[in-house]
Design a protein around this ligand. Sequence first.
Ligand code: G1P
Length: 297
Amino acid sequence: MRKKVTKAIFPVAGLGTRFLPATKAIPKEIMTLVDRPLIQYAIDEAREAGIKEFIFVTSRGKSALEDYFDHAPQLEQELRKKDKKDLMQVLKSTYMDSGAIAYIRQHRALGLGHAVHCARRLIANEPFAVILPDDVIDGEQGCLKQMVDAYEETGGCMVAAMEVPPEKASSYGVLDVADDMGSLVSVKGMVEKPKAEEAPSNLAVIGRYILTPSVLRNLSKQDAGAGGEIQLTDAIAKEIGGEQGVYGFRFRGQRYDCGSKSGFLQATVAFGLARDELRDDLMAYLDELAATRKAAE
Ligand code: G1P
């Protein structure tokens, strides 16, 4: 039997400079889509996939993130007093089991690969997931759950993958496909942020990974790559041609790049429209906006 994936790393050390000035005072991962912080979406997706241990790789100024996952007795007392059962439910849905979360500091911003490497002692010798909370994926079934199911068949390393417009490929890790089996592809190469003319395809890596512990060993010896940073992509690429394969997984669902303002706004609208209590108002506003724009043309 394959060992189950029960640990996930959440690299959350980034400064979030694209969202200044907000990120002067709050971690990017606490910014909300409607009323839930970005990190909550990532945690919910991980839970659905069977993750039991949540490892946050943080940095200075991220204490709001730790507070967010703490229990809130005062708030609870207040809600109980006012008999706000629904809100109590909402509050409790954010609670985590005692001891389920660990925080590790990444002392220097040396790249995603380095951030993952910082968590190596908590992973030890088992397969693990990595979730980048900037990539919010909305689907009937969570992206990581889909991957865990596929991984039960394949083993090895697996990255979430999605076709992007060719001119955008240089913003991503890009896969060189050996065998395209539909939702699953086997990979013969991976390049982090390739120059447009050097991209092996337009199948991009999206921020969900299931990795073997050997990737952590590769990271110990990994030189800086694209952008002068230690890249996770490069350490995964070293597994290609090894005993276990490297796979790309085309997930079912809509991905929002919440690391960009435009992606964040799109996700806000989409998640707003998905809420029964908001849909009609929001839709009426969007219709009105579209009509006004059309009339002005
Ligand atoms: C990271 C990874 C990249 C991946 C991307 C997905 O890049 O290094 O391979 O394609 O996430 O969002 P970043 O966006 O952090 O520069």
